[in-house]
Design a protein around this ligand. Structure first.
Ligand code: NAD
Length: 306
C-alpha cells in the first residue's frame, strides 16, 4: 500500500517512521522545507530516553508531490488541514480511490473531509501516542500508545481489517472502533478543558487540578460539551469524565505536563482552539444550545495567542 503522511511534524514523523520501518511504501509530506531536507539528508534523528538513533525515511515538500496514493494519514495541525486536503486533491495525490485517515486532535474533521470526499474514503482516528519535534529532522519519541480508528458511521469493511494489520505490523497498535465519534469527543473533552484552562492560567495540568475549586470550573464546561456532543452522536458521561480528570493530575500521569495548546502559546504559534471549544460553540449554535463557557474560553485563548 502506498501511504503518504500529510503533515510530518512530531506525530506525523513518528507514525511515518514506524510505518516505513515496518516495510510499507511511505512518503512523508511537509511544508517546512528545512525539515524535509534534514529528513532526506540524514534521516530522522530520534531522541529517546537519553539515546540518539538515525532512521532513513523518504520525504518531499508537500507542493512537489504529484503521485496518487492509497492512504493519506492527515497529521497537519487542524488549522491547515482543509487547505492541505484541497492541495492534495488538486495535485492528484488524493484520487477517488484514496482513503484519508485524520488522526488530528479536535472536532469537525469528519465534516470537513466528507464535504470533499466520498464517505467510503473518510476514516477518523484518535491516538494515545505522543511525540515532540526538537528541530528539523529531530524527534523526541518516548512512551507507547495506540490508534483507534473507524469510519464515522461505524461501518466495517475489508480495508479496516487491512489497516489494522498494517498498524499492528508497525507496532502502532491499531484498534478498530465501534464508535469512533464518541472516542474523538472523549479526547476532545479532555483537550477542551485542560488545553484552554491551562493556557489561560499558564499552569501545568497538575497545578490547575491542585486548585481546590477546579471542579467548579470544570463541571459546567463538561456539561456544556456533553450536551452539544450528544447532538453529534457522542455518548459522553459526566461522572466518568470527572473521574478520569482527577486521575490525570498525578505527576505519574500527565500532572507535570503543559498541554499542547499551552506549549503552542509558549512557542508563539497559533493554537487549535477553534477545533476544540470553538467547534463546540459552532455546533451549539447550529443546535440552538447556549455554550457560554466554550465561547469565553475560545475568546480568551485567542486573546493570548500572539
Ligand atoms: P507539529 O507542530 O509537530 O507539526 C505540525 C506541522 O507544523 C508540521 O507540518 C510541521 O512540519 C510544522 N512545524 C512544526 N514546527 C515548525 C517550525 N518551527 N517551522 C515550520 N513548520 C513547523 O504538530 P503535531 O504535534 O505533530 O500535531 C499534529 C496533529 O496531531 C495535531 O492535530 C495534534 O493535536 C495531534 N496530536 C499530536 C500529539 C503529539 O503528541 N504531538 C498527540 C496526539 C495528537
Amino acid at each position: 500500500m502506498k501511504i503518504a503522511i500529510a503533515g510530518a511534524g512530531a506525530m506525523g514523523g513518528r507514525i511515518g517512521l514506524y510505518l516505513t520501518e515496518s516495510g510499507q511504501d511511505v512518503i512523508l509530506l511537509d511544508k517546512w522545507q528545512e525539515h524535509v531536507e534534514a529528513m532526506n539528508n540524514k534521516g530522522i534523528t530520534v531522541h529517546s530516553y537519553g539515546k540518539q538513533t538515525n532512521h532513513k525515511v523518504s520525504a518531499r515538500h508537500m507542493g512537489q508531490y504529484h503521485e496518487p496514493v492509497d492512504l493519506i494519514i492527515l497529521l497537519t495541525k487542524a488549522l491547515t488541514a482543509e487547505e492541505t486536503i484541497d492541495q492534495l486533491i488538486q495535485q492528484g495525490v488524493i484520487t477517488q480511490s484514496t482513503k484519508v485517515m485524520s488522526i488530528m486532535n479536535g472536532l469537525g474533521h469528519g465534516d470537513m473531509l466528507l464535504k470533499k470526499l466520498d464517505k467510503e474514503q473518510v476514516i477518523l482516528a484518535v491516538t494515545m501516542w505522543s511525540a515532540g519535534l526538537k528541530g528539523p529532522g529531530e524527534l523526541i519519541l518516548e512512551g507507547t500508545g495506540n490508534i483507534e480508528f473507524g469510519y464515522p458511521d461505524g461501518h466495517k469493511d475489508e480495508f479496516v481489517d487491512q489497516l489494522k494489520e498494517i498498524l499492528d505490523q508497525a507496532r502502532l497498535n491499531g484498534i478498530i472502533s465501534d464508535d469512533i465519534v464518541t472516542s474523538i469527543w472523549n479526547k476532545a473533552l479532555v483537550n477542551c478543558c485542560f488545553n484552554t484552562y491551562c493556557s489561560v492560567t499558564n499552569k501545568r495540568i497538575g497545578e490547575f487540578g491542585a486548585y481546590e475549586k477546579a471542579d467548579e470550573m470544570l463541571i459546567p464546561l463538561v456539561k456544556e460539551i456533553i450536551e452539544v456532543g450528544a447532538t453529534k452522536g457522542a455518548k459522553l458521561n459526566l461522572e466518568a469524565t470527572m473521574d478520569k480528570f482527577h486521575k490525570m493530575y498525578s505527576p505519574e500521569v500527565v500532572g507535570l505536563h503543559y498541554p499542547s495548546m499551552t506549549q503552542d502559546i509558549h512557542n508563539g504559534r497559533k493554537t487549535e482552539v477553534d477545533f476544540l471549544t470553538g467547534a463546540v460553540s459552532r455546533f451549539g449554535d447550529e443546535a440552538g444550545i447556549d455554550t457560554p463557557y466554550c465561547d469565553i474560553l475560545t475568546h480568551l485563548v485567542h486573546q493570548i495567542e500572539k
